[in-house]
Design a protein around this ligand. Structure first.
Ligand SMILES: Cc1ncc(COP(=O)(O)O)c(C=O)c1O
Length: 427
């Protein structure tokens, strides 16, 4: 039995079924945008551990910062004996996040936890219970994050009841026939039929939906949400867990917009591979919860904070914002070429900067989602040495989350494999 097969057998016996896998190849080591399995097979990594590795696997500067902190101390708990890396990271993010006026931060360990805390903070500040989220959104796997998530299968099945006072409106997506006016109509309907605006604490929205398929919120929609927030005293929470940290060509995707969120959730690439997440927000809002109301044993672990400080330096030193834009252009150009071959069945290409996804449709159809083709493409690409992830409300999109530190040669090699794998799937 091969080493991968043996590990899969042990995994099946020892690990809960509910944890899904994109592949049955087991990781052994990785460098920048390449990863090797336990049998020595090399893969180009277009997944980055689901958008966690914008600065690549084991960036030397991030590794050095981690090592330095490991040599000092690994854990004290910020609530027991606080430490400087947490404060320095908060200072840097407060200065750089697109928040109007003075900002403050809180650190936790996962994206879902960041979302939970953003809702807690919004409720404490407004004294209101309601939260409005959007179809296709994904906010994590804890109970409130799941309640906010706008996709039932596979995330929500069997786990209800979810926390109350969570409502959904449609996320605008012109390709699917949902305009900005339709989404705003949904909100007006909620205000009329389900919850009055005076009981709504916050809207929670991803400026670019991640799991939902890299659908970009139209600027006029975020402007309209901001206007509703200002009119009714509602807070705007931008979930930037997947869109953050240079992925879209800006440090935060919200910088592409001329509106400001009150709170921003961050995670994934902020920690360069270590579990770190946070909420950054208007100081007055962030200070609403009582002392002791926020925190957690591991939140803002010193090693993870040290890694995050190094990640910010790498983004600056290597100009990863410009690099993200260039990578995005390259991916878009290649996928655009493939789109002109009708038999390949590429539908919409969407995203911002290097956060690019393309939908697969049944060839010859106007826009019938083809999730089987997306699954087959990811499987075929893995056989050919490329790790790809699917996404989308209909699970029919392929997303590219390659490290922004990828060398041109490897990016082109990966794109070549992606094209060959798609041609093979459609032959
Ligand atoms: C936008 C968004 N929010 C929240 C989460 C949840 O993050 P985590 O898996 O770290 O809990 C994710 C994870 O994919 C995400 O993409």
């Amino acid at each position: 039995m091969s080493r991968n097969a043996d590990l899969q057998r042990r995994r099946d016996a020892a690990v809960a079924r509910g944890v899904g896998h994109a592949s049955q190849r087991y990781a052994a080591r990785a460098t920048n945008s390449e990863i090797w399995d336990v049998e020595g097979r090399r893969y180009i990594d277009f997944a980055g551990g689901i958008g966690v590795l914008n600065t690549g696997h084991r960036h030397p500067q991030v590794q050095a910062a981690i090592q330095k902190q490991l040599d000092a101390f690994v854990h004290s708990c910020f609530q027991v004996m606080p430490y400087e890396p947490y404060i320095e990271l908060a200072e840097q993010l407060n200065a750089r996040a697109p928040i109007a006026g003075a900002a403050k931060s809180l650190f936790v360990s996962t994206g879902a936890e960041a979302v939970e805390n953003a809702v807690k903070i919004a409720r404490a500040y407004t004294g209101r219970p309601g939260v409005i989220a959007f179809s296709g959104g994904f906010h994590g796997r804890t109970m409130m994050a799941l309640a906010l998530t706008g996709k039932v299968a596979p995330y929500k099945i069997g786990f209800g009841p979810f926390p109350a006072e969570v409502h959904h409106a449609r996320f605008p997506h012109s390709w699917r026939g949902v305009g900005v006016d339709d989404a705003l109509d949904d909100i007006e309907r909620l205000f009329k039929h389900d919850i009055e605006p005076a009981r709504v604490a916050a809207f929670v929205i991803e400026p670019v939906q991640g799991e939902g398929g890299f659908t970009v919120a139209p600027p006029e929609f975020l402007r309209a949400l901001r206007a509703l927030c200002d009119e009714h005293g509602i807070l705007l929470i931008a979930d930037e867990v997947q869109s953050g940290f240079a992925r879209t060509g800006k440090l935060f995707a919200m910088e592409h917009y001329d509106v400001r969120a009150d709170l921003i959730t961050v995670a994934k690439s902020i920690g360069g591979g270590l579990p770190l997440a946070g909420v950054i927000g208007r100081a007055e809002v962030m200070d609403a919860p009582n002392v002791g109301g926020l925190g957690g044993t591991y939140g803002g672990n010193p090693v993870a904070c040290a890694a995050a400080l190094a990640v910010l330096q790498v983004i600056d030193n290597e100009d990863l914002l410009t690099r993200a834009t260039r990578i995005g252009e390259r991916v878009r150009a290649l996928v655009g070429e493939l789109q002109s071959e009708p038999r390949l069945g590429i539908g919409e290409i969407r995203g911002l900067g290097a956060m690019i996804a393309f939908a697969l449709k049944v060839p010859g159809s106007v826009n019938t989602p083809d999730p089987d083709a997306a699954k087959a493409l990811a499987a075929r690409a893995a056989e050919m040495g490329l790790i790809l992830l699917t996404c989308g409300v209909h699970s029919n999109a392929i997303r590219v989350l390659v490290p922004l530190t990828v060398e041109d040669k490897i990016l082109d090699e990966g794109l070549g494999i992606m094209a060959d794998a798609l041609r093979a799937v459609r032959s």
